[in-house]
Design a protein around this ligand. Structure first.
Ligand code: ADP
Ligand code: MG
Length: 696
């Protein structure tokens, strides 16, 4: 058997690994011997040295050697054996809820014991509950091991001793056949970063050398851990790039338009494009003029004018006699796109189809028919666009707005609809949630990115203030004054519960209350559980200034555009993410007058919450806000499960290893240049062979 085959054997070929253990290991995705080698300890127990009591710290395990100073049965509360020990540097309490009379006798005052357990903060200093202990004659009997003991992640029924034995065998086999897991990172990289070889890294983590401490092993400065996390990041990046390259092998329709058509389109607009918009349009133009599919993400802060850029892309498709599909995450937003596109393409003699989940019966049939026959050139809608019944005649371009709201699978599903033999449609994705560069690299390496880094001229930054909710009456009075000046306002209700029902109820209650208190203010209400037509009616009324104040749930987060509405009150802003608050705030400040955002928080505020609201007050740059959000909440929370849920790392940890991300692109380039043959093996090692996984 060659080395590779050796480690590819099933775990069942190891001694002591039989029926039940195999099933339990399988639950940890461990099937082959090599999987065991990449199953790293989550922590270590340190029985190599005696710790003085004064140097203990809570929530760590420690070995202590000390004399019993008192031992008695306590009957206060739960019956227990309470024992106090001291080593001259301090006192430590030991509690035993299950104990025998013999135990009580043995632990008599003056007895020397060694004791191992988890240190907890108790009523009177540190304590250990049910520690392992041994009565010893002198301190030399105390130490039980000369290396740290690895503790592995387990699954129900699996014992630490079992998995440890299995890993030890796997490691021994690997060490006699080291070429079974070749080092896939070039020497040049390892030397540059002073990283150990793969074999050294794996050995040092599974079987730490004597003298190694827990603190060193489990932190990023540990080069072994760092090296493996680095390799894993690199593998993920390579997999996305591989995916991108595969996509680029497809054909795509050539989409171009004449300068006459461009002129006609631009002259329809009531403004001229910003430099940033023109730059991104140029990117799109060159993508669409190539016969491989565009995969481009446009990042641009709220209000930066992404819609018109996407409309230009639509012009390219229409001029080339292809259909364009525009998918928005909410009906409100889809409706707004419908209005904008209808206006901008009025003179182009194009049929626009509008498809949402609300559309039923005959009308729906008719719309589907228009899409399938090619009669409709522009198709605007929500998730409904990728229902099975939707068939496009000649789909050339897909535009997806607010990408982070859709799963990647939905994005792919829509694209597959446009697939014909060798061709796939071009794809343009827009997001207003700036993604910190390092995260974008992990999540969107399969996309080209353009950034609109400039707002249309004349925008005045929104003045943002935080106020405690007990100043509500003052805020309500402010609305009254504001409306008297002929201006409009939003009142946004948030709730911590994910329940839409509760959130809508809260908005209803607030609207009722404000109606009572503000007799001269015309108040409207929109929330997610209203009929689309009803929402549309209210939004229109607000837009036409038939309403002064719009009470809303976070459904208005995206899309709504009413320049005269320059005041926004956000209730309980501390419950929302910074980026989401920034998006909400983006609804105001669209006109030419001063505008305000009042963050009406529920006191008392935690320090982090205060810091977060301060950031919002101090900056209106979405990218800075996103970076801070990342800093304060960490990538997991910031990206939401929707996005991080797609990346499962074996070893890397986005929080702990974030700094490594910076080094990934350069490393990837080196691998591509010096050892491209390692790319597939790297992807396979870390992401498995499932291409489906690589797809998402
Ligand atoms: P977002 O990037 O948030 O989707 P929109 O596309 O909704 O922004 O644009 C916000 C507003 O700015 C819209 O009313 C739009 O018509 C307007 N707008 C877009 N580009 C410009 C520009 N170059 N100059 C002035 N106004 C613009
Ligand atoms: Mg938008």
């Amino acid at each position: 058997m060659n080395s590779q085959a050796m480690l590819n054997q099933a775990v069942a070929s190891l001694k002591g690994v039989g029926g039940q253990t195999v099933i339990r290991l399988e639950k940890l995705h461990i099937r082959r011997i090599r999987d065991l080698i990449f199953h790293l300890p989550i922590r270590y127990e340190d029985r190599t040295r005696i710790q003085p009591i004064h140097a203990l710290s809570a929530d760590t395990t420690a070995l202590v050697c000390a004399r019993v100073t008192s031992c008695s049965i306590s009957n206060r509360g739960r019956r227990m054996l309470l024992c106090q020990i001291s080593d001259d540097t301090g006192y430590l309490s030991l509690r035993f809820f299950h104990f025998s009379a013999a135990q009580h006798n043995h632990l008599s005052t003056g007895t020397l014991i060694s004791c191992f357990g988890e240190v907890k903060t108790g009523y009177s200093g540190y304590e250990m509950i049910h520690p392992e202990y041994k009565i010893i004659r002198d301190i030399n009997d105390c130490v039980t091991s000369d290396t740290l003991s690895a503790i592995y992640p387990l699954t129900e029924g699996l014992r630490q001793a079992n998995i440890r034995k299995a890993v030890q065998q796997a490691l021994a086999l690997y060490n006699t056949h080291p070429d079974a897991l070749p080092d896939l990172l070039p020497q040049q990289l390892l030397q540059h970063y002073h990283y150990p070889s793969l074999q050294d890294a794996l050995n040092s983590l599974h079987a730490p050398q004597p003298g190694m401490s827990v603190a060193i092993l489990l932190n990023t400065p540990n080069p072994a851990l760092k090296r493996l996390a680095f390799e894993e990041f690199i593998a993920h990046q390579l997999s996305q790039l591989h995916h991108k390259a595969t996509e680029k092998h497809w054909q795509a329709p050539l989409l171009t338009c004449s300068s006459q058509q461009t002129e006609q389109f631009l002259s329809n607009l009531s403004f001229s494009l910003t430099q940033a918009q023109q730059k991104v349009i140029a990117d799109i133009k060159s993508d669409c003029a190539s016969n491989s599919p565009m995969l481009r993400l446009i990042q641009g802060d709220v209000g930066s004018g992404k819609t018109v850029v996407s409309a230009y892309a639509a012009l390219l498709a229409l001029s080339s006699h292809y259909q364009v599909a525009i998918m928005a995450p909410t009906e409100l937003l889809a409706e707004q796109h419908l209005r904008n596109f209808s206006l901008w393409f009025q003179k182009f003699n194009t049929n626009i189809a509008y498809l949402t989940g609300q559309l039923k019966g005959k009308k729906r049939e008719q719309t589907l028919q228009n899409i399938a026959s090619g009669n409709a050139g522009i198709i605007i809608g929500t998730h409904a666009l990728f229902q099975d019944a939707v068939n496009f005649a000649r789909l050339g371009l897909i535009i997806i707005d607010e990408q982070h709201r859709f799963g990647v699978n939905q994005r792919l599903a829509l694209r597959d609809k446009g697939q014909q033999k060798q061709t796939k449609p071009h794809q343009l994705i827009m997001t207003a949630t700036p993604i910190p560069r390092t995260l974008a690299m992990l999540n969107y390496a399969d996309l080209d990115i353009s950034i609109i880094d400039e707002l249309p001229p004349g925008r005045i930054p929104v003045i943002t203030r935080a106020m405690p909710s007990d100043r509500r009456p003052e805020i309500i009075a402010k609305i009254s004054d504001w409306v008297k000046q002929g201006r409009q306002a939003y009142w946004v209700c948030t709730l911590i519960e994910e329940s839409e029902v509760l959130q809508c109820e809260a908005a209803e209650n607030t609207a009722n209350l404000l109606t009572q208190m503000l007799a001269n203010v015309r108040i409207g209400l929109v929330h997610g559980r209203m009929k689309a037509s009803e929402k549309e009616r209210i939004m229109q009324a607000f837009k036409q200034h038939e309403l002064d104040l719009l009470v809303a749930t976070t459904v208005i987060e995206v899309g709504v555009d009413v320049p005269n509405a320059g005041l926004m009150i956000i209730e309980n802003p501390e419950r929302l993410g910074l980026s989401q608050l920034h998006q909400l705030r983006g609804r105001v400040g669209r006109g030419t007058d001063d505008s305000f955002c009042l963050l009406m928080y529920q006191p008392p505020l935690s320090n982090t919450s205060r810091e977060r609201l301060n950031i919002l007050r101090e900056t209106s740059d979405g990218f800075i806000i996103a970076e801070k959000d990342l800093e304060l909440r960490g990538p997991g929370e910031m990206m939401g499960t929707r996005q991080t849920g797609q990346i499962h790392f074996k070893i890397a940890d986005l929080e702990r290893d974030a700094a490594l991300l910076e080094q990934v692109p350069a490393a990837v380039r080196i691998i591509q240049k010096t050892c491209p043959e390692n790319i597939q093996p790297l992807i396979e090692r870390w992401l498995g062979t499932s291409t489906q996984y690589a797809e998402v």
